[in-house]
Design a protein around this ligand. Structure first.
Ligand code: GDP
Length: 449
């Protein structure tokens, strides 16, 4: 949905080189692009205006680190501000549920039909039971769709929560009060009340849920919204926010194609924190909302945090540090180092999974190359290195025509492939020299925001 923004940002990142500071003049064009793209993506105008003003204020005078272009620096500011707007400023507590209520703590769920409300009740019940060790009771006040009540019974069972039965003959307020009474008598810690949704905003529905709210006085009132909805999300959020004192938002279906632009608008319109994100149909597909990651996603910067985390997990930090020290002290990057690098790449989940997480502009540079193919290529390169003698690995300059033929035969490849591999090695050698100045770290830090 915000694909355009990604493209626009990528374009501007490439321009504006060689300036040391962000100024009104050199950021004006880029901010225009950001503004246009957000509007095209159905982000509400007031949200866009406020956002652009904030970015402008923060960007002015920002120094540009030597390894970055002003365009890249500005993308960093845009990412940080977007994260702030989506709740990074509120701190990690913003995603916590409150239980500060005479037990049971009541959670009321609100939202349109089909957004994933009932599924989210199941996910929350599972999370509360397993992570917070709470005894949970669920109930459905959806008297219009018997199937919805049956669905809640099923997911509650799967989540290991107790389920309070209701029938379409009952009134929503009576159902909620009866469940509350039951929960008190049976010492439940938490009661989650699912409500009826409609396909669109509906006066009757709003009155009904407001009445339920008034009767049971929940500590949490969560508005569930589908990330795939565009402008509709804004209007619905506004209507629910006016009718109910919402305490938080759950953004569902983030595993889909949506860039998540709805997060921006919904947060702006309601002023309420996004507490959770739904990331699959399964009951374990619920995550605490991460504004920083979401901002990167909206901007198409890929999941940089995940990349950094994975890199940390997968890569042998000592080997990397040894290599850096060696190159820095003027040591020569040889075939053994090259092989180690290829091995690290495999540990990080292969090229395909890496490229998925890279910023959009780099993905574009990768040009949609077939990444499975690339993984195979890596394996063949390791095979070629394995066919070299220790002397050849330490001093690849030794490898002339005769040796190339022997190595190719040993690895079961053509001589051309050995040549190509030697070329790639040389490129890597040159790159290692450049990176030894710490350029890579600077770049990663800047991207992290
Ligand atoms: P409700 O009408 O709001 O109660 O919506 P449901 O809970 O019945 O969900 C509607 C559909 O969305 C179902 O097919 C769910 O499996 C699906 N769904 C809910 N949450 C998610 C999510 O986070 N990701 C994906 N992919 N599907 C979801």
């Amino acid at each position: 949905m915000l694909d355009n923004l990604t493209q626009r940002l990528a374009k501007v990142v490439k321009t504006m080189r060689g300036e040391a500071r962000l100024t009104e003049a050199n950021t004006a064009e880029m901010l225009r692009e950001v503004r246009m793209a957000l509007l095209e993506a159905d982000v509400a105008l007031p949200a866009v205006r406020e956002f652009i003003a904030k970015v402008k204020e923060k960007a002015m005078g920002e120094e540009v680190i030597s390894s970055l272009t002003p365009g890249q620096a500005l993308v960093g500011v845009v990412q940080r501000e977007m994260a702030a707007l989506m709740g990074a400023d509120l701190g990690p507590e913003a995603t916590q549920l409150s239980f500060a209520q005479q037990p049971p703590a009541i959670i009321l769920m609100a939202g349109l039909q089909g957004v994933g409300k009932t599924t989210t009740v199941g996910k929350l019940a599972k999370y509360l039971k397993e992570e917070k060790k709470k005894k949970v009771l669920t109930v459905s006040a959806d008297v219009y769709r018997p199937a919805a009540i049956a669905q809640l019974k099923t997911v509650s069972g799967q989540a290991g929560a107790d389920f309070f039965p209701s029938t379409p003959q009952d009134k929503p307020v009576d159902i909620a009060l009866a469940a509350l009474d039951w929960a008190k008598k049976h010492y439940h810690d938490v009661l989650i009340v699912d409500t009826a949704g409609r396909l669109g905003i509906d006066e009757e529905m709003m009155k009904e849920i407001a009445a339920v709210h008034g009767a049971i006085k929940p500590i949490e009132t969560l508005f569930v919204v589908d990330a795939m909805l565009g402008q509709d999300a804004i209007n619905t959020a506004k209507a629910f926010n006016d009718a109910l004192p919402l305490t938080g938002i759950v953004l569902t279906k983030l595993d889909g194609d949506s860039r998540g632009g709805a997060a921006l608008s919904v947060r702006h319109v309601t002023g309420k924190p996004i507490k959770f994100a739904g990331v699959s149909e399964k009951l374990d597909g619920l995550e605490a909302f991460d504004p920083s990651r979401m901002a990167s996603r909206v901007l198409g910067m890929g999941d940089i945090m995940a990349l950094v985390e994975e890199a940390r997990k997968g890569v042998d930090a000592k080997a990397a540090a040894d290599l850096a020290a060696k190159v820095k002290s003027g040591g020569k990057f040889d075939m053994n180092d090259f092989k180690a690098q290829l091995g690290q790449m495999k540990k990080m989940g292969g090229m395909a999974s890496l490229v998925d997480k890279l910023p959009a502009q780099f993905q574009q540079a990768a040009g949609g190359a077939n990444m499975d193919q690339a993984d195979k290529q890596v394996r063949r390169m390791v095979g070629i290195i394995d066919s070299m003698t220790p002397a050849e690995r330490a001093k690849p300059d030794l490898i002339k025509a005769n040796r190339k033929r022997r190595i190719a035969a040993g690895a079961g490849v053509q001589v051309q492939e050995v040549n190509r591999m030697l070329n790639q090695f040389e490129q890597m050698q040159t790159m290692m020299k450049k990176l030894s100045g710490g350029g890579m770290m600077k770049m990663m830090r800047a991207m992290k925001g």
